[in-house]
Design a protein around this ligand. Structure first.
Ligand code: THU
Length: 125
């Protein structure tokens, strides 16, 4: 599903297509990267998939697959998720969630982002 979703990427500036798919308690949701002429507004495929799942009522997100279909075959760095998406994954996905990176392997959130930023909500107010 992630690989297919990359076909819908809107990436006229980078020409780098990415697709993602996440598995939740209410089904699977896909995402693709969506760019803007105001470059800072671009959103990665992983976050589009996760935000879509949350917006549609998902309460538990257990797996996410990502496919960087424009990546050069020998490049590991072109295939992996960016740091911003890793931070969002830690916040929105289940603790033991799996991240499947097309052409690379399967990872835990801990492996991708061992020391995430967190605000301890019980210490606020
Ligand atoms: N991109 C993603 O969709 N996911 C990532 O993890 C890395 C980068 C997108 C953002 C931008 O549209 C294009 O790839 C080039 O950076």
């Amino acid at each position: 599903m992630a690989y297919t979703a990359a076909r819908r990427a809107y990436c006229p500036y980078s020409r780098f297509a990415v697709g993602a798919a996440c598995e939740t308690d209410i089904g699977c949701f896909v995402g693709c990267n969506i760019e803007s002429a105001s470059y800072g507004l671009c959103c990665c495929a992983e976050r589009v998939a996760l935000f879509s799942a949350v917006a549609q009522g998902a309460e538990s997100i257990t797996r996410l697959a990502v496919a960087c279909t424009s990546a050069t075959q020998h490049s590991l760095n072109e295939k992996v998720c960016c740091g911003a998406c890793r931070q969002v994954m830690v916040e929105l996905m289940e603790k033991g969630a799996e991240i499947i990176i097309y052409g690379v392997g399967v990872f835990t959130l801990d492996e991708l982002l061992p020391i995430p930023f967190r605000i301890e909500l019980d210490q606020i107010g």
